[in-house]
Design a protein. Structure first.
Length: 201
């Protein structure tokens, strides 16, 4: 391969990677609401243990979202714009945190928040698994998340890979994504079930 052709290909590759950051910015700016099914695989830092769960994810910007885990254990994480509620069905326990404390540089902030560039340093990384990837590193150090990668298939959100502060990895894969749809306000309200143990943090 001659040097001129190689240089041209490198320029093209750089442009393609740069575009992946724009895909995320475009998603943050133009997708006001979305719904998708997901599977999540959590791997221990040594790679020896894996745990898989699945459920549904919805959001409406800014800062309203719901993760509903159906398998293997029922759990709900609901943000109403003011507070984040985590409900463990088996334990009948609800944990409540103010939005300002709970969101920060988290996966939910990355997908449903309104301060993408304020919270994260964004960098394009090489394509893999047939997806274009963006590395999102929290600007605030010593938080719960080390880094995240967001994967797009075309302009469609397809994947989210998370490494937490302990080196544990979570890989989410989204299917059936619907964007800019009407979602009821009730989806993002949470009332603790009768008899539930409510813990304020």
């Amino acid at each position: 391969m001659n040097k001129l052709l190689l240089a041209a290909l490198l320029v093209l590759a750089g442009a393609a990677h740069a575009d992946s950051v724009e895909l995320l910015r475009d998603f943050a700016q133009n997708v006001r609401s979305a719904s998708a099914s997901f599977t999540q695989t959590v791997t221990s830092p040594d790679g020896a243990k894996k745990k898989t769960s699945s459920g549904q994810f919805e959001f409406v910007r800014p800062n309203r979202f719901r993760f509903t885990y159906a398998k293997p254990f029922e759990q709900q994480i609901v943000a109403d714009g003011q507070k984040v509620w985590l409900y463990d069905v088996d334990l009948n326990q609800v944990t409540v945190r103010p939005m300002a404390q709970a969101l920060g540089a988290t996966p939910a902030a990355l997908l449903a928040g309104a301060t993408l560039d304020k919270e994260f340093d964004l960098k394009a990384v090489p394509a893999a698994e047939g997806l274009e990837w963006v590395q999102a590193t929290p600007r605030v150090k010593d938080g719960p998340i080390q880094s995240m990668r967001v994967g797009f298939r075309g302009k469609e959100l397809a994947a989210l890979d998370i490494v937490d502060a302990f080196g544990q990895r979570s890989a989410l894969r989204f299917t059936g994504l619907q964007q800019n749809i009407q979602l009821a306000d009730e989806q993002f309200r949470f009332t603790p079930p009768k008899g539930a143990d409510v813990i304020q943090q």
